[in-house]
Every structure is written in structure tokens, then in C-alpha cells.
Design a protein around this ligand. Structure first.
Ligand code: NAP
Length: 331
């Protein structure tokens, strides 16, 4: 049939979630005013959770996962888009509450889409993906709170992950001295090749801090880890430094005191990519088109087909993947 397309579909039976590649038809697509022919999606940490049925992020099965995608508008009932427009989508609980990007087609609300910046390919936008978009939001938030390359070194935690790797590339490209914290020191050469100046072993930060204040080390932080790591970072911030908290790879608790906020004016900035307003999304994608070097991104990116995702989902949850995994829907 002409309107058939391929999708990775999750089903649940007796509380066990399983994945299969299926042929779907247009009449199975959900409601929405724009239909997109998807060329690329990605694997993010949250996709790993959805694919393994962890955290009850998905309530209704069968379900098409994939929290982000890029492609070409096939048909549109919205004045904002026309057939042939290139678009990118992250967030809005697509791939969780709504059908997502692990299919050759999606139908979504036009408000969720962002026009793909000129000069950026769909593949490149998904090499950036939700993780890279989040890293950009974090850097923009640090800048909005006064952090510049002259303020001092900026730390990136979870450095070998998707958020971490793109954050390193952006910060290095903007002239920052970048410190990278990782549990995989064997990948130090790779981190240096994408812009890290100093490598900090994960164990050094993954401890309960002994004192509310310690020597001042960092002007800014992009933290993808949370937990003890974030608690250890706060006492080590420079005066008026800022921490962009965007992840929980190391835990959800924050065992800290308020002393760094009160005596050093440290700012703790929450980063949410999911419901981020359109104007900020558009600005972040424009910055990503100009501030992230192609070389640094290529070094971070692996391209896979849909059928590899269930296996890779287990790996991303164990912190065993590196950088960004792009899904080519036509592979
Ligand atoms: N706020 C938002 O809107 C938003 C958006 C996207 C992602 N996130 C969150 O950001 C985090 C990173 O996402 P991602 O896509 O970059 O995931 P990822 O590719 O899996 O990277 C996470 C990295 O964290 C480190 N890590 C893993 N387990 C750890 C542990 N137990 N303790 C300390 N470090 C650990 C690893 O880096 P090393 O091997 O270098 O140590 C790993 O590569 C996730 O928690 C994700 O949910 C939030």
C-alpha cells in the first residue's frame, strides 16, 4: 500500500514492554495539523527508559517512542508550515504521551515544531537532538546569568554523554576553559579532541561534601548528573558562579546546604527542554547552527537503524554509550 511506513512499536503484556518493527498506515497516525516524513531521530536517556518500560513514562500501548525527530513536512493544515518545509521537534512529551520519532511518519501539532535552521541538515539536527538542545539551553542560561569566558573555567559533568559532549563542543567553541567530569577516563583523549581542557574523575565529585564551602574552582557548570555530584559542586563554585542543572544520571537527591547561595551568591538554574517556549527554542536552534563545530559533532555521532534501538537502550541506561546516537529511518 502506498501510505504504508515503517515504525518501531512498543507493546505491553503482563507489565513487560516489548519492541517490534511494524508496517503502519496513515490512518493509524494520531491527530495533529502537520504530517511529517521523518528522516532522522535519536536515542536519548529518556528513550532508553521508554524502550525498557521504566518510570511509567508511557501509559498507553501500542506506542511509537522517540522523543525527537527531524524531517520534511508532507502535508499541513497550519498556516505556519507548508509541504516541503524542513522541521525539527524535541519535547512536548512526544515519544512518551504522544507517538514519537521512531517511525517514517509522524502527525503532530504545528506548535511543537521548529523550522530547521538554514544550513543545518536533518541528520545534523538529530546529532544534536534533545540532548544537544538541552546543552545549548544550559549554556544560554549560564550566559544570561553573567557567565562569560573571562569568568573562569566551566565544568561539564556526564561528559561522555549526549548533553555533556555537546556542552563541551559549544563551550569550547565560545572560548571557555572547559573541565570535563567523567567516569570513563579511558575516553579522555576523545573529550580533549572535542574541546575539554581538563579531565576530572567522576569519583572526585561523587561524594557527600564534607563542608558547605570549599576552594573556589568553577564559574559555571553544566550538570547532567545531579545527586552527590551536584551537591559536591555547589561548595566549589566561584563567587557569583552559576550551575545549570539539567540531568539526573547520578541521582535525583540534592543533599546540600544553602551556604553557597548565601555567602557566594551562587545561582542554581533549572533547565527544562520539554515545555521550553517557542522563541527560546528557535533562538537555541539558531545558536546551535552557528556555535557548534561540525567536526566536534561528527566525532560524537554514531548512526544506527531502528532495529538496533532495543539493544542500545540497555546500554544508554547503563552509561555505556558515547556521545550521540542518530537513528536513520531510511536505513
Ligand atoms: N532537563 C532536560 O530537559 C533534559 C533533557 C535531556 C536530557 N536530560 C537528562 O540529562 C541527563 C543526561 O542525558 P544524556 O542524553 O546526555 O544521557 P547519556 O548520553 O546517557 O549521558 C549521561 C552520562 O552521565 C554519566 N553517568 C551515567 N551514569 C552515571 C552515574 N551513575 N553517576 C554519574 N555519572 C553517570 C555518563 O558520563 P561519563 O561516562 O562521562 O561519566 C553518561 O554518559 C539524563 O539524566 C537525562 O534524563 C534532561
Amino acid at each position: 500500500m502506498a501510505d504504508e511506513f515503517r515504525a518501531l512499536v512498543l507493546d505491553e503484556a503482563e507489565k513487560v514492554v516489548s519492541a517490534s518493527i511494524q508496517q503502519l498506515t496513515d490512518d493509524q497516525l494520531p491527530e495533529g495539523d502537520v504530517t511529517v516524513a521523518i528522516s532522522h531521530s535519536t536515542l536519548n536517556y529518556k528513550d532508553g527508559m521508554v524502550l525498557k518500560g521504566i518510570g511509567r513514562l508511557v501509559r498507553n500501548y501500542p506506542h511509537v517512542p522517540g522523543i525527537d525527530f527531524a524531517g520534511t513536512v508532507e502535508s499541513s493544515e497550519s498556516a505556519s508550515y507548508k509541504a516541503g518545509d524542513k522541521v525539527v521537534l524535541t519535547g512536548w512529551r512526544v515519544g512518551e504521551a504522544h507517538w514519537g520519532g521512531y517511525a517514517q511518519k509522524a502527525r503532530v501539532k504545528s506548535d511543537w515544531l521548529v523550522p530547521l535552521p538554514e544550513m543545518m541538515t536533518e541528520k545534523r539536527s538529530m546529532a544534536i537532538g534533545t540532548a544537544g538542545f538541552t546543552a545549548m539551553l544550559a549554556v544560554m542560561e549560564l550566559e544570561a546569568h553573567g557567565i562569560t569566558p573571562d569568568s573562569g573555567p566551566v565544568l561539564v559533568t556526564g561528559a561522555n554523554g549526549g548533553v555533556g559532549g555537546v556542552a563541551i563542543g559549544i563551550l569550547a567553541g565560545c572560548g571557555y576553559e572547559v573541565h570535563a567530569s567523567t567516569g570513563r577516563p579511558q575516553l579522555a583523549d576523545h573529550l580533549k579532541s572535542i574541546g575539554a581542557n581538563e579531565i576530572i574523575p567522576r569519583e572526585e565529585l561523587d561524594v557527600v561534601p564534607e563542608r558547605p564551602l570549599a576552594s573556589e574552582r568553577w564559574a559555571g557548570v553544566v550538570d547532567a548528573v545531579g545527586g552527590n555530584t551536584l551537591a559536591s559542586i555547589l561548595p566549589q563554585m566561584k563567587y557569583r558562579g552559576a550551575v545549570a542543572a539539567c540531568g539526573l544520571a547520578g541521582g535525583v537527591d540534592l543533599n546540600s546546604t544553602v551556604i553557597p547561595f548565601l555567602l557566594r551568591g551562587v545561582k542554581l538554574l533549572g533547565i527544562d527542554s520539554v515545555m521550553c517556549p517557542f522563541d527560546q527554542r528557535k533562538a537555541a536552534w539558531q545558536r546551535l547552527a552557528t556555535d557548534l563545530s561540525v567536526e566536534s559533532l561528527d566525532a560524537l555521532t554514531e548512526v544506527v537503524s531502528l532495529d538496533k534501538l532495543p539493544e542500545l537502550a540497555g546500554k544508554i541506561l547503563k552509561g555505556e554509550t558515547r556521545g550521540r546516537i542518530v537513528v536513520d529511518l531510511n536505513k
